[in-house]
Design a protein around this ligand. Structure first.
Ligand code: PGA
Length: 248
């Protein structure tokens, strides 16, 4: 069985002080949960502080982005080795906001994953279709194209896929549990056809996940976890999501 995996994507929120406050309140709420992998992805400025606070806990630390070069004249960017030295085990790559606002293509996403994996960072790869694509019946075509481009020349080791329909992110509109399950099943089918080890890969759902809907989403056989934005910003809300992710 695939172990449930719940990740918090804080996006561009929380100062260092707010990060400390969250983590100090959150650790005791989840300390006894061993059946769920838990990840926090705070902004870059909070990573070192978070890393110190999360030592010897059951909570992993991730970054929200990385660059595809090891070092050099790339003002404002961060390399995988810098993330490792800040205490990250994981990095989120290809979030739809990166694709939309920072022009990240599948080719760029692919280069980022290759370098992250070379440095032994675990990766959460985000894919997802727009509302227009879904309504035109192109969902799977779009996802297959993103998977093909993003995973070019890559094995699946230490990669998690986050399926995040763009129309469900931050909108309060969640995909139905049936839509999530069906799309995850299609993603897994693509992985089976094109890569080794597809059955062990975890596929998270993302898009308006909250304490009220996590259980029904996690009850779907193809949903292995969640990538959570808005509802991960408060310790009790995120702790409830983690607890709700334990497979019954
Ligand atoms: P949301 O964001 O939970 O606020 O919809 C999810 C995400 O973008 O990862």
């Amino acid at each position: 069985m695939r172990k449930p995996y719940i990740a918090a994507n804080w996006k561009m929120t929380k100062t260092i002080e707010e990060t400390e406050e969250f983590i100090n309140a959150f650790i005791p709420l989840v300390k006894d949960i061993s059946d769920v992998d838990i990840l926090l992805a705070p902004p870059l400025t909070s990573l070192s502080t978070a890393s110190a606070l999360l030592k010897s806990t059951n909570i992993k630390l991730g970054a929200q982005n990385v660059y595809f070069e090891e070092s050099g004249a790339y003002t404002g960017e961060t390399s995988p080795s810098m993330l490792l030295s800040a205490g990250c085990s994981t990095v989120i790559i290809g979030h739809s906001e990166r694709r939309q606002f920072f022009a990240e293509t599948d080719e760029v996403v692919n280069k980022k994953i290759i370098l992250a994996r070379k440095n032994n960072l675990e990766v959460i790869l985000c894919i997802g279709e727009s509302l227009e694509d879904r309504e035109a019946g192109r969902t799977f075509e779009v996802l297959a194209k993103q998977l093909t481009g993003s995973l070019k020349d890559l094995p699946l080791d230490e990669i998690t896929i986050a399926y995040e329909p763009i129309w469900a992110i931050g909108t309060g509109k969640t995909a139905t549990k049936e839509q999530a399950n069906e799309t995850h099943a299609n993603i897994r089918e693509w992985l089976r056809k094109n890569k080794e080890g597809a059955d062990a890969i975890r596929i998270q759902y993302g898009g308006s996940v909250k304490p009220e809907n996590v259980e029904e989403l996690m009850a779907q056989p193809e949903v292995d976890g969640a990538l959570v934005g808005g509802a991960s910003l408060k310790p009790d809300s995120f702790a409830k999501i983690v607890a709700g992710a334990i497979k019954k």
